[in-house]
Structures are given as C-alpha cells and as structure tokens.
Design a protein around this ligand. Sequence first.
Ligand SMILES: Nc1ncnc2c1ncn2[C@@H]1O[C@H](COP(=O)(O)OP(=O)(O)OP(=O)(O)O)[C@@H](O)[C@H]1O
Ligand SMILES: [Mg+2]
Length: 272
Amino acid sequence: MTPAETPVLEMHGLTVRYGPGCATCGRSGWVRCPICGTVRGCSSVDLEVYPGEVLGIVGESGSGKSTVLACANLDLAPSSGCVVLAGADVTGVGGSRRRRLRTEVLGIVYQTPQQGLELDLTAGGNIASRPLAAGWRSYAKVRERAFELQSAVELPEDRLDVCVRDFSGGMRQRVQLAKALANSPQLLLLDEPTSGLDVSVQARILDLVRRLQRELRMAMMVVSHDLGVIRMLADRVLVMHQGRVIEHGLTDQVLQDPQQPYTQMLVSAQLL
Ligand SMILES: Nc1ncnc2c1ncn2[C@@H]1O[C@H](COP(=O)(O)OP(=O)(O)OP(=O)(O)O)[C@@H](O)[C@H]1O
Ligand SMILES: [Mg+2]
C-alpha cells in the first residue's frame, strides 16, 4: 500500500439509524432512543480499505459490524455519511448501477449461508449465478468457471451438482466463498465467515481465505467477534462498540497493546 493509491473502499461519517429518528436520538448517547425507539446501527464510522489490504472489524454482538458491511455491499443506504467505491461516491445508488457494482466490484460472504445462497439450488447453480448476472452467455464457459472456483475453494468435484441444502456448514461457506469470488471482485466482504463452524473446520476455512487473499491480492474487509479470526486475516483492525469505532490501528499493535478499556477487556477475555 502506498499513500498515493486510491482506496477500494472509503466510508466517511457513516451513520445508520434503524427507525424513524427524532430530535432526541441525535443528541442522546443511547443505543436505542427512549422516545421513538430508533436503534443506532452505526455512528460516524470512517474507514478506508486499500488495494491488497485486509481490514478487520471486531466487536461484540450488536456493535454494528454487519451494518457497516451491509452499507459497503450496497445492501443498505446509510442515514448519513457516504460510501465511496474505487474513488466514486456510490452512496444511496440504486437500479442498474447498484446491480453492476454488486456484481462486478463486490463479493460477499454473508453471516449465514441462508442470506448468501439459494439453498434449493446446486452448488454449481449458486456459483454460476454470478457470472450469469455479469452477462456471461456461454454455458460451457460458466461451467468451466464453476469448476475452477470449486477447485480453488477445495470443494469436492462431485458436490458441484448437489443441492446446497444437503451440505454441511463448512461446505456451504466454501460455496459462498466460490460465489463471492466468481467475478474476481476488487473487494471481498466477509461477515463472520466461520461462526457456527467446528473449530477444525474454522481453521481450514480461515487458511483457505488467507491463501486466496494472498494469491489474488484482493482487498478484503472481514468482520468478526473473534479476535483469533482478525489476528489471522487482518492487516489493520477497527474495534467497534455500540455502533462507534473506539480504536483502530495495525492488528498486531492493537492486539498487543490495546489502548481502550473495552479493547483491553476483549483481548484479555479471548486470551483466557
Ligand atoms: N433491521 C434492523 N432493524 C432494527 N435494528 C437493527 C436491524 N439490524 C440491526 N439492528 C440493530 O443494530 C445494531 C447493530 O447490529 P449489527 O447486526 O450491525 O451488529 P453486529 O455487530 O453485526 O452483531 P452480531 O455480532 O450479533 O452479528 C444492533 O443493536 C441491532 O439490534
Ligand atoms: Mg453481524
């Protein structure tokens, strides 16, 4: 990374409120406004991800990690602030431009396979949906790409034509990953890629993600409540608490010498 490079992703003052909002919510420090019930998803988040870099976001459940990722994937428009992809402001973008960005620039592995996969489709069908959305017309080429990806994510070849509903959690995450990589995204977004998996399966998936990221030199934003995942994958990390970024820095630095009491608590809890 050099300072002159344009970030793949920038977020400035990103704020998401779930609910109608009122004069009180803006001024109060509450996560849930006692007047109108609006919940703070995230507040004034600033971040950038440079080409080839992995940014981690860590924080406890409800701290706003998925909210930030949903804005990055253009699933959700922020209440205020902006989202910039490869130098272009894409805040609140809709229609065909949004579809194109999501298909060609972004790839995402969602927190649950149900969000990211059609469970009644085969693995190959799920993977193929991305090149097809990008306008590929040749069945042979799409099929060839599905085989390439199945091999890259180490999914057994004979599983390509099996319905994803019959897969284990680890296999489903591999299919999500293959699908996310299908159109060679500039930015790969990973939301808790290993939560709910057995420890040994987690380790294999994390190894795979790390290897692919290095081989493809892709920019990546990975969200996890697990510092082990962040330590393994991320160059830099943001720590979120109640929707706000409370600490950020190089991963090693933040984990070895956390400055904020909340980060210190997270680090010591996970060392136990
Ligand atoms: N659709 C929604 N409607 C209302 N509130 C929401 C919605 N989505 C998220 N929230 C709230 O916004 C806050 C941030 O949620 P978010 O899902 O971003 O957290 P998270 O850090 O990803 O948590 P987890 O680790 O449990 O996935 C939480 O208080 C959550 O309850
Ligand atoms: Mg989440």
